[in-house]
Ligand binder design. Structure first.
Ligand SMILES: CCC(=O)SCCNC(=O)CCNC(=O)[C@H](O)C(C)(C)COP(=O)(O)OP(=O)(O)OC[C@H]1O[C@@H](n2cnc3c(N)ncnc32)[C@H](O)[C@@H]1OP(=O)(O)O
Length: 631
């Protein structure tokens, strides 16, 4: 065990989870309906590829829907859809959602989807996105959701890696002030991909009706003729989904999620971390394209028998900074989960939160914030205006559920601003120095998790066991390297200070600077470049490119910026929020030619960053300093 907090319920559960993981998770597995109870809880036979609940069989969709209906709760509200961008709203009881999911599973089956096949989703925040995910799970197939803010090139990369049999999309998404036509982007991606997809299913929306080609099928037409499909029993260790996340290189990592461990971990976290049970209303104001959407818009609330909110809008601008208060009051939301950026956006528009007036927020018991560092200012502002606990929680696409949180359902602990509180049961977190040795409490280092990871976390990367080991397990022997740095204090509270690699976090979106550099470098006048994440008041971080021009290149800097910004938007997508290109005479490098991005980041953020002794030409930094620190 590492550091201790106290000896209450939290500490007892956490101790047990480390000392007797099999017993702890066997008990937690009782929250799930199994077709075959798992004979093995923790399977160490193929370490470091640990598996949970080997030999168990279940269906995740059954656990999310059918079992609640069979238990007589069909009329309970499963999902509410609220869309200020279209001016519509809708509600789905568990019975209605089950009917629509079974029907769409029939649609997918009619297109040849079987257990283990991949179905890729490129969808806006509409109930059909949830329906398509659950329908895929119902068939024992594997979904891979791609966030709508990614451009065709990124979509094509994911299509080639996941090799889906069917792609499900919509004619358009709606961003404030503009309709985003998805279908032409999907067509471009399918054209660019090497993998051939035989069938797409398109949800036609009235804001932009898509032109249909030979391989395209209309969602509603197929659904009207489909036979509902039942649940296919799968192994607990079979994949439920693949979700791509940015790594340090341009190639995203396909995070694999299994069925059994995932269901168990989400059921545990929903009750013990988020304090949500059957009949409660939980709103994760995120997107189904991110892991928060997978875990806490779709699976966890439904497995718990709660009501989930699918919100197609923004915290501000749809129509104003009262949007969140309206949704909370309208649906009686008990807990809201969002990213700190959302609250920073509300604070910027309405610093006194005067637009809260007239909205009854008495249902709201907790605000959970995650996805990026929760700065103390935002924490204090949210706490002051809401007068309820504001709970930071830290986790990753890889882990699928919190590594650190304040377990509100298990035992609410004191909150320390700047810390996502304590390590959750199942995770044996240590802070290691560069040699892989544990550091003292309060000392900063690499946040690492001793193997095995708990249920619900990634068992491997899609089709790439080697990259899984190289990226996460080979850094410190016996540990999973989170890629985040930070420290644990004397009370066992963790403080996460930021990435130790070149991954950046823009408005809670994890992005690769490597993939942006790859695009910037294609500009014909650019000799070399570095993209780094710099601090931003609103989005936490934003990317900035520093480019060295080819000898003799002659271009107006504004024109260069315009061209490069346009190509990053076109290749990666608007979500990159890439808006700044600075021409520099040279980039700082080591004698072996490695660009010193970390040193650049430190200078840009105003941190005292000593350049490494291996720097080739230290005078480059003197020239760069004012450019790095400029707006
Ligand atoms: C704990 C584990 C994890 O970390 S999971 C990840 C958790 N992260 C999140 O939940 C994300 C939180 N962030 C957000 O929800 C948004 O950024 C909020 C705060 C709502 C602000 O949204 P917005 O104003 O659109 O800014 P943004 O930076 O997200 O968007 C930048 C540009 O991209 C666009 N965009 C966004 N989403 C889409 C989409 N689905 N389809 C098409 N375009 C999209 C935005 O419109 C924006 O475009 P523009 O540059 O303004 O033209």
């Amino acid at each position: 065990m590492s550091q201790a907090v106290d000896t209450g319920a939290y500490q007892r559960e956490r101790d047990r989870s480390i000392e007797d993981p099999e017993g702890f998770w066997r008990d937690a597995a009782a929250a799930i309906d199994w077709d075959v109870e798992p004979p093995i809880v923790l399977d160490r036979s193929d370490a470091p590829y640990y598996r949970w609940f080997t030999g168990g069989r279940l269906n995740t969709c059954f656990n999310a829907l059918d079992r609640h209906v069979l238990a007589g709760h069909g009329e309970r509200l499963a999902l509410v859809y609220d869309s200020p961008v279209t001016g519509t709203a809708d509600t789905y009881s568990y019975s209605r959602l089950l009917d629509e999911v079974a029907t769409f599973a029939g649609v997918l089956r009619g297109l040849g989807v079987e257990k283990g096949d991949r179905v890729l989703l490129y969808m806006p925040m509409v109930p059909e996105a949830v329906i398509a995910m659950l329908a895929t799970a119902r068939l024992g197939a594997v979904h891979s959701v791609v966030f709508g803010g990614f451009a065709p090139h990124e979509l094509a990369i994911r299509i080639d890696d996941a090799t889906p049999k069917v792609v499900v999309s919509a004619s358009c998404g709606i961003e404030p002030g503009r309709v985003v036509e998805y279908k032409p982007m999907l067509d471009r991606a399918l054209e660019a991909a090497d993998h051939t997809v035989d069938a797409t299913v398109i949800l036609q929306r009235p804001q932009a009706v898509a032109e249909m080609g030979e391989r395209d099928h209309d969602w509603r037409a197929l659904a009207a003729a489909a036979e509902p499909a039942g649940c296919v029993s799968v192994e607990a260790t079979d994949p439920l989904y693949v979700l791509y996340t940015s790594g340090t290189t341009g190639k995203p990592k396909g995070i694999v999620r299994d069925n059994g461990g995932h269901a168990v971990a989400l059921a545990w976290s929903m009750r013990n971390v988020y304090d949500i049970g059957a009949g409660d209303v939980f709103w994760a104001a995120s997107d189904v394209g991110w892991v928060v959407g997978h875990s806490y818009i779709v699976y966890a609330p439904l497995i718990a028998g709660a009501t989930t909110v699918v919100y197609e809008g923004k915290p501000v601008g749809t129509p104003d900074a009262s949007a969140f208060w309206r949704v909370i009051a309208t649906y009686g939301v008990k807990a809201l989960f969002t990213a700190p950026t959302a609250f920073r956006a509300i604070k910027k528009e309405d610093p006194d939160a005067s637009l809260r007036a007239g909205h009854d927020l008495s249902s709201l018991q907790t605000l959970f914030l995650a996805g990026e560092r929760l700065d103390p200012d935002t924490y204090h502002w949210a706490s002051d205006i809401l007068g309820i606990p504001v709970v930071d929680n830290w986790w990753q696409t890889e882990t699928g559920w919190p590594i650190a949180a304040n377990p509100r359902g298990l035992e609410p602990l004191p909150i320390k601003p700047g810390s996502p509180s304590v390590i959750m049961p199942g995770y044996d977190v240590r802070v290691l120095d560069e040699r892989g040795l544990p550091v003292e409490p309060g000392q900063e280092g690499n946040i690492s998790i001793r193997l095995p990871l708990p249920p619900g976390t990634l068992p491997t990367l899609w089709n790439d066991d080697k990259r899984y080991v190289d990226s996460y397990l080979a850094v410190f022997s016996g540990y999973y390297a989170t890629g985040d740095g930070g420290y644990i204090d004397e009370d066992g509270y963790i403080f996460v200070m930021g990435r130790t690699d070149d991954v950046i976090n823009v408005a809670g979106h994890r992005l690769s600077t490597g993939s942006m550099e790859a695009v910037v470098a294609t500009h014909p006048m650019v000799a070399e470049c570095a993209v780094i994440g710099v601090h931003d008041q609103l989005k936490g971080q934003i990317p900035r490119a520093f480019v060295v021009l080819k000898a003799g290149a002659d271009i107006d800097p504004k024109q260069l910026e315009k061209e490069i910004v346009a190509s990053v938007r076109d290749e990666i997508g608007p979500v990159a929020a890439f808006k700044s290109v600075v021409i520099v005479p040279g980039l700082p490098k080591t004698r072996s030619g490695k660009i010193l991005r970390r040193t650049m980041r430190g200078i840009a953020d105003g941190r005292p960053e000593a350049p490494p002794s291996t720097i080739d030409d230290i005078s480059v930094l003197d020239v760069l300093r004012p450019l790095l620190q400029g707006d």
